[in-house]
Structure formats: C-alpha cells, structure tokens
Design a protein around this ligand. Sequence first.
Ligand code: FES
Length: 268
Amino acid sequence: MKKQQPHSSDTSSPSDLFHSRRDFLRTALAVSVFSATCGTQTLLGNVPADDFKEVGSRLTGIFTLKFSEFPALRAVNGSIRLQVPGAPLSLGRVVVTRLAQNEFSSVSENCTHEFCPIEPFSNGRFNCLCHGSAFDGRGKLLQGPATRSLPSYATNYKAGDDFVQIEIPGLVVASVLGDNQAGFSLAQNYPNPASGQTTIEYNIEKQSFVTISLLSILGKEISELVKKDHEPGVYRIATDVSHLSRGVYLYRMETSTGFTQTRKLTVI
Ligand code: FES
C-alpha cells in the first residue's frame, strides 16, 4: 500500500504514516457497486459510508445511493449489487432493488441453502440456480430447498428523493466501544466533522504504554497516531485529516493496563 508523509503531531511524536486516502476508500469505507442486469456484474464504482450507528455490539454502516450514479435504481424492478470490501461474505454482499415507485428492498445476496449467490431480480423473484430455491423481492422464501428467507436490511426512501439510503449491519464488532478503566479516557476529537486539522485529547491515569490507531469503519488499521510510553497526564494530538477521503473513520486507544476505547471521526 502506498504511504504518505505523517499528518499528525503530539506531545509524544507519533512515528507512523498514513496510508493513501485512495487505497483507504477502496478497501474500507466504500461498497463496490455492480450492475445486476442480464446476469452480468460490471463494476460501476465505490460508494463511501456516510455514517454509522451503533446497534448493540455492532456497527451499522449507512450508504447513500444516488440515482444519478446508479440509474438502474430509477426504474421499478431495477437492481444493483453491493459488496463491502473486507466484510465477512455473509454480511458483505447485498442486493438493492426498487420494488415499486416508493419501495426499495435490500437483501443478502447469499442463498440461505448453501450460500450460492442469487440471480438478478427477475419476474418478481430472486432465483438461486444452484438447487432451485426462490425468494420474493423482500427476500421472503418462496420455494426450497432453502428453509429460511434471505436476511434483509433497512432501506430509507422518501417519495421524490433522488437517492435511497441502505443500512448494512455488522461491519465491526464494536466490543471495544466504551471505556473500561476509571481515570483513563479518550475524548471526542474536535472539530468533528473535520476537513483539515483535528485534535484528539486523552487522559492517562498511570504510567502505561499507549497506542492510538486510526481505523476504517471495518476496524482495519490505517495508521498509528501514537505508540509510546506515557506518564500520567492529559495529552493532545493534532492530526491532519485533509488527505483522507470524505467518510467515517474510527480511532482507538489501547494501553498496557488494558484500557480500550474507540470513537468516531468524520471527515468532510
Ligand atoms: S444454494 Fe441456493 S438452492 Fe442451494
């Protein structure tokens, strides 16, 4: 992966480098979009996550699909396929379909029988050619041997909008969200959202080795902002995010005492 110059500074002189924003977009905060007409899959582009929300111990990525970029979704029965790079296969492949003028569906691409990819939406159903299972446009099981419907995901659309939003769950197991040791803390960066420089402040209760990493929404490490021993005190790091693509990132602090906390950083 291509590396760039470091973009952060702090009281402890972080040494690692940021990776290319372009590489990051491709591998983390984006879904790849494939056409789903005539059974072909043609790469059309990447869509960055606009935001995410915590649902239980997991994160749900929110993606906006503009019809100007994905014209297949303008027409009733139009359908596209999405793939979240790096996500588990069972979560990372999604088919979005316009079922009616004001109704969309978003379902897993994987048949619940033995996980073959379903065929493009046709004649009101998704067919699995492997063993003949069929599902309706909302993923409901119509015909076996599969015994379960396709997992479906939330879609948000208001009549007249020129986009639809979909919510893809399970992008990150967020067990690290939240602090677990009194006296240690990782504050929300400011400003946030940020487009240039942003500051991250953190408190160290007792001497410990501290690592702060910048992560993709999938939890994949992009760079280390801090990695060294710390005495007790309050620290700040000024981080330049101007080289990062628009989207949502995470930053996580871990200490040798066992403290972990993760927060969200939005780049605009
Ligand atoms: S994998 Fe789909 S019917 Fe068997």
